[in-house]
Design a protein around this ligand. Structure first.
Ligand code: FES
Length: 636
């Protein structure tokens, strides 16, 4: 990096900053908040930091290997580059055009089933009428708690320091805040019994959701959600683990950036509900094992290597002030995490289990939480068995040519006319499309399979390029299908499904199908014995069940037994926050779930290879399609 300052102009906003030549463009854009879509943290893997260099292109470094992989030759010819692969050159002025894609509002799936359980929170408030007594203040309060509420408590040291002032200001009354029925964690002047809040937080790899709850009534008061800010260090858990291992101090960076977002969301929840964060006495956290490690400041290193052990499987309780970032809750506030099942099956799965079993505690049930890792839990009267499938991020819209996370400009549903092969698509909020999200790619492939554009082996039938302009050749033996023409999109170029995209979906669905099948085999259960299959997570909420079954993602469980649970992990976190009995249930579920390591199953490779094929379609339409398209084209 030289000291010569170069003005860098970002179009279309015209924003200009001067930086030393040699500054990496991606780092600069990250500082300026211009890298929303990038998901690999500048490692050249996601291809989502594409920019068009308008002036100064001749002075920048030659195309790198990652650019050659992610950009088409004609794009490179037009000045397109990956921001993470180039540095600001020593030119009089450097102008780049960032994506014209409107940054759609991320669809952060936060809604789950309603919580309808009687509140029995860990934090309760007890109002005490003070009496004249010769006893020291501590003994007097503890004696009154015992006499009036039958509680045998001890008092935190910090409480003693606040006692005299609370008694003096309380004018005859104080409110004791009691944790787990045995520890007084705060004493407040007067009667503050009504203000007793807690929050539940679901820490996902992609999103963070916080729910503000009234601990007295068990009611949800407000919620707030945001993308997980750690995403700039990598879109999946493995890249975040790699970042945390790269340098001492990186785990702390990941922990702090996450906690700052949680603090922000908690504040936002309080603003929405017009309540004070100081009335929050407990936060209950769930998330996958990596997120829980990073939240608590544990090194996630052991999660990356066989036997993929976590630092601790147990739930952890700590004081909020012990965290390296202030959460703006009550100074005596506690933080509680639900337990994990195994190195790849975390507190989010435990929470989802207690939520979905709430309404139907018996019978053979299967829970799938679909994400970059898909957790499958199969339960029957003999107990729970869980596995984790490396399904990859295709169903989160990543590793797909025009994939994007679910937002207002994402195609979520596709239908293809079997006669003309013309396409109708639907975006999440009816906006012009800028890409396709996970449920959209599943829907598109199910349709292409149904009408015969894709065969059971996943090949796009190149011969159709002679019959429809939607199927076109990219290079030898490599075809793509055009879902939306450039004039229909918000990005100025066609949105397509490529052969590579089909392969990504095949790998993802094969991983999930294999996990379900091997787990069922272990328990001696067949698909028709599964009484209920619950799909948790954002993917489940938007996807058409018939589409995913058509591509062979699940075993043949009847469609009417498949249901979506929304954000079941968030619902479970809320339940655990307001009910100690649910915490015990979570501890029981975590302890009694047997983890099944798929990679050690001798049938795994064979099963996975077979599952790569798409199911045969009930009535192949290709012949009629070919004829009809041929006759339509003849009239062009
Ligand atoms: S490829 Fe540049 S940030 Fe991912």
């Amino acid at each position: 990096v030289s000291e010569r300052l170069i003005p860098v102009v970002f179009q279309p906003s015209g924003k200009t900053v001067s930086v030393p030549s040699g500054t990496n463009l991606f780092s600069l854009m990250t500082e300026l908040g211009l890298t929303h879509s990038a998901t690999c943290g500048g490692k050249g893997k996601c291809g989502k930091c594409k920019v068009k260099v308008e002036t100064g292109v001749e002075a920048i470094n030659a195309s790198t290997e990652s650019e050659l992989k992610h950009l088409l030759p004609q794009e490179i010819g037009q000045g397109y580059r990956l921001a993470c692969a180039i540095s600001v050159p020593p030119v009089p002025s450097f102008t780049v055009r960032t994506s014209s894609i409107r940054q759609g509002k991320l669809k952060l799936q936060t809604e789950g089933a309603l919580v309808s359980i009687s509140p029995d929170p860990a934090v309760r408030k007890y109002v005490i009428r003070l009496i004249d007594s010769d006893l020291p203040a501590e003994e007097m309060l503890l004696a009154l708690l015992k006499r009036k509420y039958a509680l045998s408590c001890q008092m935190d040291y910090e409480v003693l320091t606040m006692l005299p002032a609370a008694i003096e200001r309380g004018k005859g009354f104080v409110t004791c805040v009691v944790y787990q029925g045995n520890t007084v964690i705060a004493v407040e002047p007067g009667d503050t019994g009504r203000d007793c809040l807690g929050f539940a937080a679901d820490i996902g790899t992609t999103k963070v959701a916080v729910y503000l709850m009234d601990l007295n009534s068990g009611k949800e008061l407000s919620f707030s959600a945001a993308p997980n800010p750690q995403a700039i260090y990598g879109d999946d858990v493995m890249s975040r683990i790699a970042f945390s291992m790269a340098r001492e101090g990186n785990t702390l960076i990941l922990q702090k950036i996450l906690l700052k977002e949680v603090a922000h969301l908690v504040r936002d929840c309080c603003t929405k509900a017009r309540l004070k964060p100081r009335s929050i006495y407990e936060g209950c956290f769930v998330g996958n094992p990596c997120m829980m490690h990073l939240l608590l400041g544990f090194s996630p290193r052991s999660l990356a290597f066989f036997p993929y052990k976590s630092v601790s499987h147990h739930s952890v309780t700590l004081k909020a002030r012990e965290l390296p970032v202030r959460l703006h809750v009550h100074p005596a506030g506690r933080i509680f995490t639900l337990p994990l099942i195994a190195g790849f099956v975390g507190a989010d799965t435990v929470a989802a289990l207690i939520a979905v079993r709430q309404n139907k505690p018996h019978g053979v049930q299967m829970l799938l939480d679909i994400g970059t890792n898909t957790e499958v839990v199969l339960s029957d009267e003999k107990g729970f068995m869980a596995c984790s499938c490396a399904s990859g991020p295709a169903f989160e819209g990543m590793h797909i040519t025009h994939g994007r996370k679910a937002d207002s400009a994402s195609i979520e549903k596709v239908s293809v006319d079997p006669e003309t092969l013309e396409v109708t698509f639907q975006t999440i909020d009816g906006a012009k499309p800028a890409g396709i999200c996970g449920s959209g790619i599943a829907s598109a492939i199910a349709e292409l399979l149904r009408v015969g554009v894709i065969g059971t082996n996943g090949k796009i039938r190149g011969e159709l390029s002679r019959k429809t302009h939607r199927v076109r050749k990219v290079r030898e033996n490599f075809f793509e299908f055009v879902l939306a023409w450039k004039h229909e999109t918000d990005i100025g170029y066609d949105i397509t499904v490529s052969q590579k995209d089909v392969l990504e979906v095949q790998k993802a669905k094969a991983a999930i199908y294999t996990g379900c099948t091997l787990l069922m085999r272990q328990k001696g259960i067949t698909a028709d014995q599964v009484q209920s299959m619950t799909i948790a997570g954002a993917f489940g909420q938007h996807v058409d069940k018939a589409s995913v079954r058509a591509i062979g993602m699940f075993p043949d469980v009847p469609l009417d037994r498949i249901k979506e649970a929304g954000n079941a992990a968030g619902t479970g976190a809320k339940m655990a926050l307001i009910s100690r009995q649910k915490r015990e249930e979570a501890a029981h579920v975590a302890r009694s779930t047997k983890y099944y390591e798929l990679a050690l199953d001798e049938d795994f490779t064979r099963e996975y290879a077979t599952s790569m094929l798409f199911p045969r379609q009930p009535s192949p339409m290709i012949n009629s399609v070919e004829e009809k398209v041929e006759s339509k084209n003849a009239h062009r």
